[in-house]
Design a binder for this molecule. Structure first.
Ligand code: SAM
Length: 271
C-alpha cells in the first residue's frame, strides 16, 4: 500500500466490501451508538423532521433517525452505499454522494448529522460550512468527531499505536483525529451557527470490549504501513494487540467529541 498517495475512504484503507471492515463498522456502532444517541436525544427529534445522515456507514444512526422522524424524512448518504441497502428497503432515501465535492442532496434540513466523517476529509472546514447551508432556519448541525488522545494513555505501546494510526490515515486520506477534533466547536461558530456547544465523551477502552475491538481492527488495518514506515515496531504492535484483548487493561485515550449548533431561527432572506 502506498501511504503517500491521497485517496478516498475505502480505496486503500477500510474497503467496506471486506468482511474485516464490516466487522470493524459493527464494532464502531456498538462502541459509539450509545454516546451518539445520547447526544441526539437531547434535540428531541420529532416526527416529520427532515434529517440528513452524512457518511452513514452501515446506517445504525440513520435507522435510529428513521424511527423518530419517519423513514421518508431521512436522507442518508455515503460514497459507499452497499451497506445501506436495508435502509432503502425501509423507505429511507439512500444516496451515493461525496460530501467533499458534491452539492447537498437537499436543503432545509431540521437536522444534519455526521459521525467520524469530517475527521477523514482534508477539506473538513469547507465541508462543515456547506453542511451548515443545508439547514432550515433553526435546524441543527451535529458533528461527532472520533478523537484520539495518545498523550493521555497509560501505556506507551497504546500511545505509539494511536500516533501511528493517525499518521497512516493522514497520509492515506488526510485524516486528523488528534488536532482538528480539539478545535470543536469553533468550526461551527465560523460557519455562522448559533447556540453552539461541544462535549467530549471518553468511554472506557477495556481489553475485549467493543471499543477495544474497534481499535484492534483499526490497528490491524494500518499495521502493515505503520511497520513499513517505522511508526511502530513489531514489539509495540504485539504489546498493543495483547493489551486490547486483556480485560485487565483499562485506558481512556479514545473518545467522541460531539459539537452542535443551529442555524439562526427566522425567515430565509428573499432570493
Ligand atoms: C468511520 S466511518 C463512519 C460511518 C458512520 N458515520 C458511523 O459512524 O457509523 C466513515 C464513513 O464516511 C464515509 N465517507 C468517507 N469519505 C466520504 C465522502 N467524501 N463523502 C461521503 N462519505 C464519506 C465512509 O464511506 C464511511 O462510511
Amino acid at each position: 500500500m502506498d501511504i503517500e498517495a491521497r485517496t478516498r475512504w475505502g480505496e486503500v484503507l477500510f474497503d467496506p466490501a471486506e468482511p474485516a471492515e464490516r466487522r470493524r463498522m459493527r464494532l464502531l456502532e456498538a462502541a459509539l451508538d450509545p454516546v451518539t444517541i445520547s447526544g441526539l436525544s437531547q434535540l428531541d427529534v420529532q416526527p416529520g423532521w427532515r434529517c440528513w445522515e452524512v457518511g452513514a456507514g452501515s446506517g445504525s444512526i440513520a435507522r435510529w433517525l428513521a424511527d423518530r422522524a419517519g423513514a421518508a424524512n431521512v436522507v442518508c448518504s455515503d460514497i459507499h452505499i452497499e451497506p445501506l441497502r436495508d435502509l432503502a428497503a425501509l423507505g429511507v432515501q439512500v444516496t451515493r454522494h461525496d460530501v467533499s465535492t458534491e452539492e447537498s442532496p437537499g436543503s432545509d434540513f431540521n437536522l444534519v448529522h455526521a459521525r467520524a466523517v469530517l475527521d477523514h476529509l482534508p477539506s473538513r472546514d469547507d465541508v462543515l460550512r456547506r453542511l451548515a447551508t443545508a439547514l432550515a432556519p433553526g435546524g441543527w448541525l451535529v458533528i461527532d468527531s472520533a478523537w484520539l488522545a495518545p498523550e493521555v494513555s497509560s501505556q506507551p505501546a497504546i500511545s505509539r499505536m494511536a500516533w501511528a494510526m493517525d499518521a497512516v490515515m493522514n497520509r492515506a486520506m488526510g485524516t486528523d483525529m488528534i488536532g482538528w477534533p480539539r478545535t470543536l466547536p469553533r468550526p461551527l461558530e465560523a460557519a455562522g451557527l448559533v447556540d453552539v456547544s461541544a462535549q467530549a465523551t471518553v468511554p472506557v477502552l477495556r481489553g475485549g470490549n467493543a471499543n477495544a475491538g474497534l481499535v484492534w481492527h483499526t490497528l490491524d488495518a494500518i499495521s502493515g504501513p505503520a511497520l513499513a514506515a517505522g511508526l511502530l515496531t513489531e514489539e509495540e504492535l504485539q504489546t498493543a494487540r495483547n493489551l486490547l484483548t486483556d480485560p485487565s487493561f483499562v485506558d481512556y485515550s479514545y473518545g467522541l467529541i460531539i459539537a452542535r449548533g443551529r442555524r439562526a431561527p427566522g425567515p430565509r432572506a428573499p432570493r
